[in-house]
Each structure stands twice: as C-alpha cells, then as structure tokens.
Design a protein around this ligand. Structure first.
Ligand code: DX5
Ligand code: ZN
Length: 220
C-alpha cells in the first residue's frame, strides 16, 4: 500500500524539512490539500506552496483541489510541478471537459467523492481517470475521525474500477491511522492519505510512518 502524507497538519514554519522527513521515512507521494474556503469551510494554500514542496522532494506530488471551478487553476498547479490533480466531482458539472483539460496538460487525473456522494456520480467517468479518491471525512480539516461507511464504499468502488479500469488507483483520505489503515487496505485502497498520523506533535514523522507500516504488517 502506498502512503501519501498530507502536509496540511505539518509544521509550516519548517515545511521543507517536514517534507524531506516524509521522503526519508519512505513515503510514496506527497498529498497537497488545497482549500478555497468555498467548496470547503477552510483555506489552506495555493500553487506557491505546492511549488515549494515540489522543490523539497523527489517524491511525486498530487494536488487535492478542494476548490470551486478547479479548471481555472490547472495551469498553475502544472507549473508548480504537480504530477496528479484530483478534483471533486461535486465541483465539476462538466466533468468530461474537466478531465480533457487535465489530459491536455499531461496531468494524471483524480476524481474525489465526499463521504455521502453516491458512487454512481463518477461511474461513467471511471474509464477516463487514473485515480478515484474516496473521502473518509468531510473535507476541510485534518485530525477528524474516520467515517466507517467509507470502508464499504472503498470495496464497491474497487469492484466498479476492476470492471472497467483495473489499473486505476483507489485512494482514501481522512482519519487513516494505525487503527484504520488495515481496513482500508483490505477494502481495496491502494493509496492512503495520512495527515495527522504522520504530522503530529506527539511523534516524529519517521515514527508515524513506521507505525503505519507496522500496522499494515499486523504488528500493532
Ligand atoms: C481533508 C484533507 C485530508 C486531511 C487528512 O480535507 O483532504 O487530506 O488533511 O488528514 P487526516 O489524515 O489527519 O485526516
Ligand atoms: Zn486531501
């Protein structure tokens, strides 16, 4: 299972150091939570911070755009060096064009669903995407509790993907920690976004990632 630390709960006063710590600890992707205060009730950062993170690591970076009308910003996040952009289906009434716009920029395409958005909202898009992101918290904040119904949604989405696009990644985001990571892996998630399980005042980044790996091996 790949781990994608979310920098949202990192110490922004030493962001480059925190990103390098995740890379050294064996993370697979960096997950950058862009929030606009409109689609979600919080504001985080934009392309400039994403570009700074990109400069701090050799890991591939994905921008999770929790923003209205995300197509306005695709060029900016491409220029910032993102390899994948994940948009929210709830913010994309013209999803076919949105996907085309990402393809034109040679960006990997992710589509995210909030915890109660019906899975069939993206059913016809599945053959066209590289990744589906199942939110296991309401987007907007780190450190929230995992919503248990996400596990079954992951299972169902994995089955849907296996039928039409078996190589697509299935990512889970929100409340993934040492207690929930085996469930989401067993439900079919191939990438876990991990925020407060990695970036926390209670342990180092290395300890956080090592604990997740131990949990995946059933050693916790
Ligand atoms: C929430 C973000 C998540 C969040 C993850 O809107 O999309 O990536 O930062 O943080 P944890 O892992 O602490 O739930
Ligand atoms: Zn996220």
């Amino acid at each position: 299972m790949k781990l994608a630390p979310s920098i949202y709960t990192a110490d922004f006063a030493r962001l480059g150091e925190q990103v390098r710590a995740a890379e050294e600890a064996g993370a697979d992707w960096m997950h950058l939570d862009v929030m606009d205060g409109a689609l979600v009730p919080n504001i985080t950062f934009g392309p400039a911070v994403c570009e700074a993170v990109r400069r701090s690591t050799l890991l591939p970076c994905e921008a999770h755009l929790m923003v209205q009308a995300p197509e306005r910003f695709f060029q900016d996040y491409k220029a910032a060096g993102m390899q994948r952009i994940t948009v929210h289906v709830e913010a994309c009434p013209h999803l076919y064009s949105t996907i085309q716009a990402l393809r034109k920029l040679d960006l990997q395409v992710g589509v995210a669903l909030n915890p109660l958005t019906p899975l069939n909202a993206v059913e016809d898009a599945l053959p066209l995407v590289d990744l589906v992101l199942i939110m296991s918290v309401e987007p907007g904040f780190g450190g929230q509790a995992y919503i248990p119904s996400a596990t079954q949604r992951l299972q169902r989405m994995r089955e849907m993907l296996n039928a039409v696009n078996p190589n697509a990644e299935l990512e889970v985001d929100g409340g993934v920690n040492v207690h929930t990571i085996r469930d989401v892996r067993d439900a079919g998630a191939s990438i876990a976004v991990v925020g407060s399980a990695v970036y926390s005042p209670n342990h180092s980044v290395a300890e956080g990632i090592a604990a997740l790996r131990r949990a995946l091996r059933g050693e916790l």
